[in-house]
Design a protein around this ligand. Structure first.
Ligand code: G4F
Length: 334
């Protein structure tokens, strides 16, 4: 039985990856901050259905010693490094801790692996934010990076560290360059969930408006459940490499709103208000990925499209805010 370690196991991607690996027969271990163990109801909620089948260890990405301690006690075949400060807007507020967690945390995991189990295969959660002010459309593996936020810069550093450990020490290290991926498990601070949860609250009378920032930004949005499968496939290849994971379709935040509100028979223009506060000092205007290398080499393809993703998120949020609101969707998406 293969053993995998997931940092960031409590998040959206960590929870879907855990389920995927358990389905494949893996023994799954996860690193969580000690505070998560003190508040399991809240902090481990995405793992509720699998908690009895996985192994949780307390460790902190700010502490090399705590990571080393776990890695020296258990041997792993694969390590998925997903933990990060992943909210781009927050990285403008506190760039220092974003850098600390995302760069040093990645370096600590790589250095500890090299020290105690250099044969363990390593996956780094790179991001399309690294393309930032995109130098080509669509973006693929050889598109130059031009990050536009402390978060994007921290991910470029993690990406380069991963390549450096591969080249310098011969370790099996892969970068996934994942474009935006969402689901009903997405945090409420990200725009997709903010919209679908907002739509559900408005539809059920719990709110009357939704305040958003830049509606013209365009993103390539896929389903997180599809994207974790690509992470796993990268670590099953004969040689380590880097892959763009994306749907190849782009939509504006405005289009997301339009479709999401229409799903419950509403017009977004009647409810969406402008909020200056959530505009960013530097924006990433257009992201659209070319995942043809992943199609070719990994046999990976996204399963859920833009409309299907939004439908699933709206349905889930309707059920969450009001169980009586089941079946409110105007028409299922594709
Ligand atoms: O949902 P977002 O906060 O995601 P963003 O910044 O694209 O980052 C996400 O995807 C990356 C992959 O490319 C990940 F690496 C990263 O960790 C994260 O998962 O914002 C999307 C867009 C932005 O252009 C933002 O300005 O939506 C715009 N937006 C407009 N109004 C808003 C809002 N974003 C948020 N969070 N909240 C708003 O009210």
């Amino acid at each position: 039985m293969k053993k995998a370690l997931i940092t960031g196991i409590t998040g959206q991607d960590g929870s879907y990856l855990t389920e995927h690996l358990l389905d494949l027969g893996y023994e799954v271990h996860g690193l969580v901050r000690r505070v998560a163990l003190e508040q399991p109801e809240h902090r481990l909620s995405r793992l509720r259905s699998v908690l009895s089948r996985i192994h949780i260890h307390a460790a902190n990405l700010d502490s090399y010693a705590s990571i080393f301690h776990v890695l020296s006690k258990h041997e792993f075949d694969e390590c998925y490094h997903l933990a990060a400060q992943s909210f781009v807007a927050e990285s403008f507020v506190d760039g220092f801790s974003t850098m600390q967690t995302n760069i040093n945390g990645t370096h600590y995991v790589l250095a500890a692996l090299r020290e105690v189990q250099p044969k363990c295969r390593f996956y780094f959660a790179g991001s399309s934010e690294m393309f930032g002010k995109a130098q080509a459309v669509p973006q693929k593996e050889d598109t130059p990076f031009h990050p536009r936020s402390p978060y994007g810069i921290s991910k470029v550093a993690g990406f380069q560290l991963t390549i450096n450990y591969r080249e310098a020490y011969g370790m099996f290290c892969c970068n996934g360059i994942l474009f935006n991926h969402e689901s009903p498990r997405r945090g409420y601070e990200f725009v997709t969930r903010k919209i679908t949860h907002g739509v559900a609250r408005i539809k059920t009378g719990l709110a009357s408006e939704l305040a958003l920032g830049n509606l013209e930004a365009k993103r390539d949005w896929g389903h997180a459940r599809d994207y974790v499968q690509a992470m796993h496939l990268m670590l099953q290849q004969p040689t380590p490499d880097d892959y763009v994971i994306a749907t190849g379709e782009t939509h504006s935040v405005r289009e997301f709103c339009e479709f999401a509100f229409a799903q419950v028979g509403l017009d977004y223009r009647d409810f969406v208000k402008r909020d200056e506060v959530v505009y960013r000092p530097a924006e990433v205007d257009l992201l659209i990925g070319d995942a043809s290398k992943a199609h070719r080499m990994l046999g990976w393809k996204p399963g859920v499209g833009f409309k299907g993703l939004i439908s699933e998120m709206i349905q889930s949020d309707l059920e969450m805010v009001s169980p009586a609101a089941r079946g409110e969707l105007v028409s299922p998406g594709t």
